[in-house]
Design a protein around this ligand. Structure first.
Ligand code: KG4
Ligand code: ZN
Length: 342
């Protein structure tokens, strides 16, 4: 029992939509009892990006260990959880199937409800894990990751409507592709973030694609081409002493576009709060700029700690809790889907 004389609710979250195998136990939608992530970065690094077939095989190899570790770290037995929440969309089909299969088996044998989660919505919920207050909607959501760069209008009751998305590369994809082009390693985002620290982000002037397009869509493919074109024209830009400025300018362009358009969405829809999440939300420059622009415009900006921005299962369990308390369960024959429904 908790202090309100109600039974504590424990949700097991499972996340395998891309290349991280994740399981977590979350108490009452807020308290992280365990949060296990088995990353495949090293495996995919040698290919410069995620290889779907390898990702799903690896999920199969480690899913049992990861789920067991989530229970061990929480100091709990299987029988103590009230429901399993699993990402079933969007993502790589072979990867999603592994998590969904494990979740269904657990729910069937333990006779507890299954909750199927949208990965993007779960990213938004990652913010609730570290906020005292409960947010019932009334904000703009920015999800920036390896597969998505989208803006959402979230109205009261978590009614989510996509108001913009990328027309080509996602922000994380642009970071990853440029890092690969420059031979820096994978995933590219954290490497470019590190290399840019203390560098002159104005030394090389990059375009700000679609920043003033009047809508809420993004496009980062041209920015990538612009960097490649410049380095072909002037090969000194990729020399050790210049590469920091090069990637810092590239990063600043992405940050400016994301920040400007998110603030514009707040103005247009009269919102005073922004929730940011997704792997790119770990970017130190984006975090700083979002907070600064939020302060300037009188808008509250929430960005979760770095480990909760990246793919994790605690966010899936947090979403699962909100569905569990409303009695919104899914059937055990639910399918997986590569596309998002929001
Ligand atoms: O959300 P996530 O873990 O997986 C997807 O759902 O895609 O995001 C991974 C992406 C990768 O593209 C990675 O390069 C990017 O997030 N990323 C970053 C940083 N850390 C991870 N991008 C920029 N700066 C970072 N510090
Ligand atoms: Zn993600």
């Amino acid at each position: 029992m908790n202090k309100n004389n109600k039974k504590d609710i424990y949700i097991l979250g499972i996340e395998t939509s891309c290349d991280d195998t994740c399981a977590a136990v979350v108490k009452n939608g807020k308290e992280i009892c365990s949060n296990v992530v088995s990353s495949q970065n090293e495996i995919h690094g040698r290919y410069g990006g995620v290889v779907p077939e390898i990702a799903s095989r690896r999920h199969i190899e480690v899913i049992d260990t990861v789920i067991t570790a989530a229970f061990e770290n929480a100091g709990m037995d299987f029988g103590q959880i009230d429901a399993v929440s699993v990402t079933n969309r969007p993502g790589l089909i072979g990867s999603l199937l592994v998590g969904a299969g494990a979740a269904k088996a657990l729910c069937y044998s333990l006779r507890i409800p299954l909750i199927a989660a949208n990965h993007l919505e779960a990213h938004l919920y990652s913010n609730l894990l570290t906020l005292e207050e409960d947010i019932e909607g009334g904000f703009i959501g920015l999800i920036v990751s390896g597969g998505h760069s989208s803006l959402y209008l979230v109205e009261s009751g978590w009614k989510i409507k996509e108001i913009g998305h990328t027309l080509d590369d996602a922000a994380g994809e642009a970071f990853d592709k440029i890092a690969r082009f420059l031979g820096l390693g994978y995933p590219g985002g954290p490497i470019i973030d590190r290399l840019s620290c203390g560098m002159d982000e104005n030394a090389i002037d990059f375009p700000r694609p679609m920043m003033d397009s009047g809508d809420f869509n993004f496009s980062f493919s041209g920015l990538k081409t612009s960097l490649i074109y410049r380095t072909k024209k002037d090969s000194t830009l990729t020399k050790k002493e210049n590469i920091g400025n090069l990637v810092a300018g590239f990063q600043k362009s992405i940050v400016d576009v994301l920040t400007t358009k998110t603030m514009a969405a707040c103005r247009k829809f009269n919102m005073e709060r922004i929730l940011v999440s997704g792997g790119v939300a770990a970017n130190s420059r984006l975090r700083k700029e979002m907070m600064e622009k939020g302060r300037e415009n009188g808008i509250k900006v929430n960005i979760p700690p770095v480990n909760l921005c990246m793919d994790n299962a605690a966010m899936v369990a947090a979403l699962g809790y909100s569905r569990y308390i409303r009695g919104e369960y899914d059937s055990l024959d639910i399918d997986v889907n590569s596309h998002s429904d929001i």
